[in-house]
Design a protein around this ligand. Structure first.
Ligand code: SAM
Length: 190
């Protein structure tokens, strides 16, 4: 298949936005796969801030980053992303060029711990405030689980309502696949 699948396309967008020396955010650490990818992109001179509400996610991400010798580029916060603006140092506000949210639940863990519309939207809105111009937020939206459709609908409503003079929003989705596959919404701050 020539068309990028969803997760590879998320990486294409993040690569466009994030360069060596930049500041990036992983809003949903999980097992740290995306965090490690962001840490590679920012290089030795950049920084990644990562958030998760589960201790298990912090530990698993730390382990992965240590194994890949990337931990020193990353600051991990055991906190909801809805507090991100207060955790990211003021000196880095205005410097965030890319962020990723992998929504839903952490595979293999408690399926009741899911991202939620109010907190996801609060985090996006804070990110838009503290991002650099042309910074990109990539949302990978899973919507097959309990609560997933509600979060999807709230996010689409919020994103469609963003003023186009302030941000441009892209939706990338396969529309003839079964079983609610994930899709991408990407927001570029102008
Ligand atoms: N990107 C991850 C990876 O590479 O493994 C997978 C992320 S998983 C689909 C979603 C994660 O979001 C879970 O680890 C969950 O604990 C976390 N989460 C749920 N609510 C959150 C919140 N308010 N702030 C930050 N993380 C949250």
């Amino acid at each position: 298949m020539k068309l990028d699948r969803i997760l590879p396309f998320a990486k294409v967008l993040l690569k466009k936005a994030i360069h060596v020396g930049d500041v990036a955010v992983d809003a949903t650490l999980g097992n740290g796969y995306d965090t490690a990818f962001l840490a590679e992109l920012v290089g030795d001179t950049g920084k990644v801030y990562g958030f998760d509400v589960q201790e298990q996610a912090i530990e698993s991400s730390k382990e992965r980053l240590m194994q890949q010798n990337l931990l020193k580029r990353v600051t991990l916060f055991h906190s909801g992303h809805e507090h991100l603006a207060s955790f990211i140092p003021i000196s880095d506000h205005g410097k965030v060029t890319g962020a990723v949210f992998n929504l839903g639940y952490l595979p293999g863990s408690d399926k009741r711990i899911v991202t939620r519309p109010e907190t996801t939207i609060a985090a996006i809105s804070q990110l838009l405030e503290i991002m650099a111009s042309e910074g990109i937020i990539v949302l990978v939206i899973y919507h097959g689980h309990d609560g997933g459709a509600t979060e999807r609908d709230a996010l689409l409503k919020y994103c469609r309502g963003l003023d186009q003079r302030y941000a441009q929003v892209l939706q990338y989705q396969f529309i003839n696949q079964q079983h609610n596959p994930p899709f991408i919404v990407a927001i570029e701050k102008k």
